[in-house]
Unconditional design. Structure first.
Length: 288
């Protein structure tokens, strides 16, 4: 910036740092109307001075000096600044508040107006989960799905030994079990085939359970009420409740059949009989 355009800060010349001189200038600009800020040479010099004056404050908050100058401009146009004992003190405070709000708005990904409010500014800056060192499941239980296989590692070995024939037999026995307890045959087959297809695509029963529990499209295609669908998933794949770990309820019907339990044995399970009967869509809809 040339010496000719550089504002004097010692009270001489334009003397923008002199409070009374600044008050006179702001009063004159206000009286001449908004066009005066566009055409007046002193107004232009004042804004260059403000950009230089608040450059360090702007950089502290990650902003451009002219963003701070814009905040100063908004403050200079108010009557409270013209009436203040020290206009620069009021302007400086206004610029500081605006810079803080701008910085918080950039971090929170919201508007400056919202960032000025404590209800929003109290939050931490937005960040990607991928940028954190800890896994996503550490932050909320909703992101966590406990594995079903922790209860009995021997179950996996027995399932692998059963082969494809055992899987087909387990699927058919599961369908037969549902039909025995008032499920319509076509619906029972479609539901079990849907569950098995998702299970084949997933890395674990836990993954298949969570995927199917959230899949409204699959449930809509099957035309199964939500309560019946959630109960069926727990019956077939096992309950994710940690307190049931190691029990038949945790293993689910498919796994129990695959590890050697017979359909006759499952039919004698009173708790399972009640669960399957209650889950039947006809019962959920009030069928006698």
């Amino acid at each position: 910036m040339s010496q000719r355009n550089t504002p004097r800060r010692d009270g001489r010349g334009r003397g923008f740092e002199n409070s009374e001189r600044l008050r006179e200038l702001l009063t004159r600009l206000d009286a001449e109307g908004s066009d005066a800020w566009r055409t007046d040479s002193e107004a232009a010099a004042l804004m260059r001075h403000a950009a230089d004056k608040y450059a360090a404050l702007a950089r502290k908050h990650g902003l451009d000096p002219w963003e701070a100058a814009a905040a100063a401009f908004e403050a200079m146009r108010t009557a409270s600044v013209r009436r203040a004992d020290d206009p620069w003190a009021v302007i400086t405070r206004a610029v500081q508040i605006t810079c803080i709000a701008e910085n918080r708005a950039n971090g929170l990904l919201c508007s400056v107006h919202q960032a000025r409010r404590p209800r929003y500014s109290s939050f931490h800056d937005a960040e990607r989960f991928s940028d954190r060192e800890n896994p996503l499941t550490d932050y909320h239980p909703a992101f966590r799905a406990e594995p079903f296989t922790d209860d009995d590692e021997d179950d996996t070995d027995e399932v692998e030994a059963s082969g494809a024939t055992g899987v087909e037999s387990a699927v058919e026995d599961t369908i037969a079990l549902l039909c025995w307890y008032r499920w319509e045959p076509e619906l029972a087959r479609a539901a079990i085939e849907c569950i098995c297809a998702r299970l084949a695509e997933s890395v674990s029963r836990a993954g298949a359970y969570e995927s199917l529990r959230r899949d409204r499209h699959a449930r809509a295609l099957l035309d199964i009420p939500a309560p019946s669908w959630y109960r069926l998933l727990r019956i077939v794949l096992g309950s994710p409740d940690a307190s049931l770990t190691g029990t038949n309820a945790s293993r689910g019907v498919l796994l129990r059949l695959l590890i050697g339990e017979s359909l006759r044995h499952l039919l004698s399970d009173i708790d399972l009989a009640v669960a399957v009967t209650v889950a039947a869509p006809g019962v959920m809809r009030g069928r006698p």
